[in-house]
Design a protein. Structure first.
Length: 335
C-alpha cells in the first residue's frame, strides 16, 4: 500500500513539474513576442534612414554565419555547416551554396565579385568553420585577410581532436586560402580595428593560455562591435561552465544586440552574464524550439529581452542608422 502511495506521489510530482515547465515556457514565448513589438521584424528598411552598419545573421540552420557590413565594406564571421564533415557520423547537407548566393546578392560589386575585408572562424567546430573551404574557393569571392589562429591541443577535449576533426577543419581552410593567394594571419588583432564605420574588438584571444578553460567552444573568439553608438556582442559558442561568460560579460559591459552563445543551449546565457550585458535584443542562430528552456526563461523573465531566430525568420539583419536608430529585418534569403 505504501509503495503504491509513493508511486502516486512521485507521478504527481513529475506531472506537476512538467506542467510548470510547459507553463513557464509558454509564458516566456508570449513575453518575448510582446517585447518584439519594440522592434518588429520588417520586410525592408524604413524609408529615409541613413544606414551606418548592418549585421546579417544568415539562416544556416543550427550553425553560425554572420556577415558584417558598413560603408560598403564586408567581413564574414563563421561560415555555417560544411558539406564534408571529418566526423562522418555527423555529416549533413552543407550550407555553402546558400551562403554564396547571399553574398553574391548582397555583398557583390558592380562586377559581381564579392570582396571581404576579412574572414574569421571563431573556432573550428564544423558548424562554424566547415563551409569556409568551398566559400573561399569560389572564384567570385576575394578575401583581404583570413584570420586563422593556430590550434593548441593543450586545452582540447580528446573527442574534439580524435573524432570531431578540428585540426582537419583548420587544415582545409588554410589550404583553400593559400590556393587563392589570400593573406593568412595567425596572430589576431589585439587592438580595436575598423570595418567602415564599425569598430571591432576581438575578445578571448588568449583562451589557449587560460588554464581554467576546457574544449573548443570556450576557445571561441568573441567579437564586440561598436557602430553609431550601439554595441553588438557575438559570442561564438562560449559557455558559463568554466567562468568564461562571466569574464566576457564584465569585459564587454552593456550591449544593445547579443548573439546568443552556443545556439541557445543550456550552459550559456546565464543570469550573471545577462546582468552584465543587459541586451536590448537577442538573436539566436537556431530554431526557437531548439533554444533550451532555461535560456528562454532568463531572457524573458530576467533580461526582458526579445529573442529573434535566424531559422524562424529565414535570416535576420539588425541595422544601425547614423543617428543610432535600430531596426530588424527578416526573410533575408527570399529571392
Amino acid at each position: 500500500m505504501a509503495t503504491k502511495r509513493a508511486k502516486k506521489i512521485v507521478t504527481w510530482i513529475v506531472v506537476g513539474g512538467m506542467l510548470c515547465i510547459f507553463l513557464f515556457d509558454g509564458l516566456s514565448v508570449l513575453l518575448s513576442g510582446s517585447y518584439e513589438k519594440r522592434w518588429p521584424v520588417l520586410r525592408e528598411d524604413p524609408a529615409g534612414e541613413e544606414i551606418d552598419g548592418r549585421v546579417h545573421f544568415l539562416n544556416t540552420d543550427n550553425s553560425d554565419c554572420i556577415l558584417l557590413e558598413s560603408g560598403g565594406r564586408f567581413a564574414l564571421i563563421d561560415s555555417g555547416w560544411g558539406s564534408d564533415n571529418p566526423n562522418k557520423k555527423s555529416r549533413r547537407p552543407g550550407c555553402e551554396q546558400r551562403v554564396l548566393d547571399y553574398l553574391k546578392r548582397h555583398a557583390a560589386g558592380p562586377d559581381g565579385r564579392v570582396t571581404l575585408d576579412f574572414v574569421l572562424p571563431t573556432h573550428f567546430h564544423y558548424d562554424h568553420a566547415g563551409g569556409f573551404p568551398l566559400i573561399l574557393a569560389d572564384p567570385a569571392v576575394e578575401a583581404g585577410t583570413v584570420y586563422l589562429r593556430e590550434i593548441s591541443t593543450g586545452n582540447q577535449k580528446r573527442h574534439e581532436l580524435e573524432d570531431w576533426g578540428i585540426e582537419e577543419a583548420h587544415r582545409r581552410i588554410e589550404e583553400a586560402a593559400l590556393a587563392r593567394g589570400f593573406k593568412l594571419q595567425t596572430l589576431l588583432p589585439d587592438k580595436p580595428f575598423a570595418l567602415g564605420s564599425m569598430t571591432l574588438r576581438l575578445l578571448n584571444t588568449g583562451s589557449y593560455e587560460n588554464p581554467k578553460l576546457r574544449g573548443e567552444n570556450d576557445n571561441s573568439i568573441v567579437v564586440l562591435i561598436e557602430c553609431a553608438g550601439r554595441k553588438t556582442l557575438l559570442c561564438g559558442d562560449i559557455t558559463a561552465m568554466y567562468g568564461l561568460e562571466k569574464e566576457i560579460g564584465r569585459e564587454a559591459g552593456p550591449v544593445d544586440v547579443l548573439k546568443l552563445a552556443h545556439h541557445g543551449y543550456a550552459m550559456s546565457s546565464s543570469i550573471p552574464f545577462l546582468r552584465d550585458t543587459r541586451p536590448k535584443l537577442a538573436v539566436v542562430t537556431n530554431g526557437i524550439g531548439q533554444v533550451y528552456p532555461n535560456v528562454r526563461w532568463n531572457l524573458a523573465f530576467y533580461a526582458r529581452t526579445p529573442l529573434y531566430s535566424s531559422v524562424r525568420d529565414n535570416g535576420i539583419a539588425v541595422t544601425f542608422s547614423a543617428s543610432g536608430k535600430i531596426w530588424v529585418t527578416g526573410n533575408l534569403h527570399a529571392p
